[in-house]
Write a protein that binds this ligand. Structure first.
Ligand SMILES: [Zn+2]
Length: 350
């Protein structure tokens, strides 16, 4: 299960200066600079180009047992509707094998990119599944709040869920996770909002971090963290202690921000076990939940029970336990989606 992936950006690393990667990966995380540099690549986007890069990765995801994916498509004045339309075409093309949810994501901001709001609105009219957002990128708290308000208004109008990137830089003064949680509760949209990254949470003062965790729990905001793609990450253990649903996301595959990745969520869990120092049997069970049932809960996908009448989705591994499954992080023996065998021993079924 992949709750967060920038699917339109995959396999673009070789089209960019490594400076975007260096700025993101430095301890101080100069994400604004990375986003500015990474934006260049979108000028060359066509639907065909996006499809030809994303299609092999979707197939790879299926072979690794991913049966649902929330795909973020840049929807802004640079890529316009090209990326989001390509994602919707992939959603149709692979509907038998994987449930792709398309997020209309204003990567360049809303206030900082005049016109982006209209593109998000048009993407929702054309059938995108989720309203995106990146409020932390705005210049000040008032504009960040406005960004959140505008995206909630679009989500309300279309009766859709929300997925936003919050506090994704090495700046401890960022407060958009809190803003998002408060807005979710005040709008009565509990359980319909996902927060990604929240990397600045690692730098928050402890008391403030606890307050934000409490707010996330109250608003039922699910948090998707990708510790393998950046030097900072959300405080996963604290969030879990407060009862917040936390998932691991793939985030990137060979793009401006991260040069690896193949939608192998066991690999993501394996990497997280080292970064987070979570290796006991109980820890590994938690990590396993963070790539299976937890992301399913956050993106509203049915899964997690083996019982009569439940969806016939199944990933068969040959390892003897969860620790061994993470150690090997290989391809599943079989992948069944809605009762159809879609992959066997890493080979896609027709
Ligand atoms: Zn991301």
């Amino acid at each position: 299960m992949v709750a967060h992936l920038h699917l339109d950006k995959v396999t673009t690393a070789d089209r960019l200066s490594p400076e975007a990667l260096a700025a993101y990966q430095r301890g101080s995380m100069d994400t604004r600079r990375s986003i500015k540099l990474a934006s260049k690549v979108k000028e060359g986007y066509s639907e065909k180009d996006v499809l030809s890069r994303a299609r092999p990765l979707v197939k790879e995801a299926i072979r690794y047992g991913v049966n649902a994916m929330r795909a973020f498509a840049d929807t802004d004045t640079v890529s316009e509707l090209r990326a989001v339309r390509a994602m919707m075409a992939l959603r149709r093309e692979f509907s038998r094998m994987i449930a792709i949810q398309v997020v209309a994501f204003p990567q360049e901001g809303i206030e900082t990119d005049p016109g982006a709001e209209e593109y998000v609105e048009r993407a929702m009219e054309e059938g995108a599944d989720v309203v995106g957002g990146i409020p932390w990128l705005e210049r000040d708290a008032a504009k960040q709040k406005l960004h959140i308000d505008k995206m909630f208004a679009i989500a309300r109008k279309h009766s859709k869920s929300i997925a936003m990137l919050v506090d994704d830089a090495g700046d401890k003064s960022l407060r958009t996770l809190e803003m998002l949680a408060r807005k979710t509760a005040s709008e009565g949209m509990e359980g319909q909002v996902q927060a990604c990254h929240a990397r600045a949470m690692q730098l928050y003062p402890d008391a403030y971090a606890r307050k934000v965790a409490r707010l996330c729990k109250r608003a039922e905001v699910g948090v998707v963290s990708s510790p393998h793609t950046g030097p900072l990450h959300a405080r996963i253990d604290l969030l879990r202690r407060y009862g917040v649903t936390v998932a691991l996301g793939q985030d990137d595959c060979s793009d401006a921000y991260y040069p690896f990745g193949r939608c192998n969520m066991l690999e993501v869990a394996f990497l997280a076990s080292h970064i987070l120092r979570k290796m006991t049997p109980a820890d590994v069970e938690e990590l396993y939940d963070m790539v299976t049932v937890n992301p399913a809960r956050i993106i509203g996908s049915e899964t997690g029970t083996i019982s009569e009448g439940s969806p016939a989705d199944l990933v068969v591994l040959s390892e003897r336990g969860v620790t061994e499954a993470l150690a090997v992080h290989g391809r599943p023996t079989a992948v069944v989606n809605r009762g159809i065998l879609v992959s066997r021993n890493g080979v896609e079924e027709r």
